[in-house]
Design a protein around this ligand. Sequence first.
Ligand SMILES: [Zn+2]
Length: 203
Amino acid sequence: MRDTQLYSQILGIERPWKVTDVKVSLPADEVEVFVEHGGSKLSCPKCGKTCPGYDKRTRRWRHLDTCQLKTLLVADVPRVQCAEHGLVNVSVPWAEPGSGFTAMFEALVIDWLQAASISAVADRIKLSWNAVDGIMQRAVKRGLSRREALSPTRINVDDSRCASICPTPRLLNWCCSIAKQDFLICRRHHPGLIRRAALLVQL
Ligand SMILES: [Zn+2]
């Protein structure tokens, strides 16, 4: 199996995208996987209408490490000229718009954030605190957009589990969005949230 085929399968790249080259740099402990859009038909990511291509912009995404090597996905992403939405990048199947990480990489970070602080995850994965926080923010946004209107029925005030459950207010909000019906609250760090939650459940 050729390296391009191997990485196509590892990354789940499907038509119209295809892996065209793989470059390994052992001194940098890095592998770059080059992906191209092979189709002639381009569509606007906002309205789905077929649009004429305008140009391409080179973008890079951090993916999960392969063989202990930092793995980067590199692609020239086409931009289309949509009559309604103007100049927009076509969407890529491996990442969210605006993210510098693949969806699989972000999923791993989110998994780790459930067991460790932002600083610990950033250290382990060799990213900045802000980068990990950005991944968490996008997960919060996704969770909120999927969830139905919040109608909490009880509040769980739990100071003893604070360190593991709510190291930051934003992660706490994320826990709430997953739990849906419960507010996991630390009295020591989030007295304001207790007041807000109390209003929501109309105590
Ligand atoms: Zn459009």
